[in-house]
Design a protein around this ligand. Sequence first.
Ligand SMILES: Cc1cc2nc3c(=O)[nH]c(=O)nc-3n(C[C@H](O)[C@H](O)[C@H](O)COP(=O)(O)OP(=O)(O)OC[C@H]3O[C@@H](n4cnc5c(N)ncnc54)[C@H](O)[C@@H]3O)c2cc1C
Length: 336
Amino acid sequence: MMKHVDVVIVGAGISGLMAASTIMDNSNASVQIIDKGQSPGGRLATRRIAGGYFDHGAQFITANSGNFQAIIESWLIKGWITTWNSKDRPRYAAVGGMSQLAKRLAYRQPLDCSTVVERISLLDGDYIVQARNTSTNTSQQWTAKSVLLTCPIPQMFPILESGDISIASDINSLLHKVKYKPCLAVLVCMGETKGFPLVGNMREPFPGMISWIAENRSKGISEVPSWTIHLDSDWSESHFNDTDDDIWNYVLPYIKNIQGGTHTLEELEYQIKRWRFAKAHQLISEPYLDIGNGAPLLLSGDAFGLCYLSGNSGGKVENAALSGIAAGHYLAKIVE
Ligand SMILES: Cc1cc2nc3c(=O)[nH]c(=O)nc-3n(C[C@H](O)[C@H](O)[C@H](O)COP(=O)(O)OP(=O)(O)OC[C@H]3O[C@@H](n4cnc5c(N)ncnc54)[C@H](O)[C@@H]3O)c2cc1C
């Protein structure tokens, strides 16, 4: 059965969730969010392994702009985030983990998960959004006056191409300038093993190999020692298709080095998470783009909104959120 809404939002990461709440707070437009994941959050992701809890995507949130600082303050007041290891500048962790923040933002939002959008086409001034529910393996369709795509740019192209949506050549080359780096995340539950330092976090402990280690206990989200280890982006690129066992065997000596080699670590429980599009680089300055020809078709997410960040840093929770809000305000004005 075909459903009708004013706006379809593809992606329930921070950008899509903030866009949806902005539209709903500022208009009477009907909204439908669709995400291929089993729950909202995208790269705001938390996983449980053997009693330990791990943030395995975004590790902390920072605010560069006044606009985002105001949002941070409101989340602090609600008790959704807390300060974490803020030595040089304030950093915030989500209470209960990053995916919990996404669930709080998604509360009462019209969201269909486990649903992958495969095709968007234009018919008589409306968009037809075709998707597949991966739990039931059934097709779903919406018609919408406008669409907002928030997934990483390389994941936008096939959706548009399969529906014959053309992109103007200047915009196409702008979109292709954005690059994404991968990240292999190793999640290790240390169980009750004694002798592990409460590292809090370590940045670049082994340059070229391990770019980041966080102890999730120090965030208050895990009761047992649980380390999130992010591998260097170039290393991740060249080992992306290695087996989990091979990646673990590369990482093990480094863990032993930190731990001091006094315990057997081979039996520890671990999982490998592969982020193909971990962080966007060479961002687009504008908060969003409308590439629609006749009906609004917006693109937002962490590849957009360089204007909100200082310097030429990679995509963050901050610009992804503000990008979604800006797209939401634009749609709230024109769609009703
Ligand atoms: C390992 C790692 C560490 C990071 N560390 C930090 C950090 O410490 N601080 C920080 O600020 N940022 C960090 N980031 C970056 C930050 O997580 C992202 O910039 C931000 O979360 C992106 O949000 P988004 O909404 O733009 O995209 P996403 O969170 O990727 O959301 C896009 C959503 O689209 C969905 N989707 C994709 N294709 C489809 C489809 N065809 N149909 C339906 N749904 C689809 C996906 O499932 C996803 O939920 C990190 C990222 C990673 C991966």
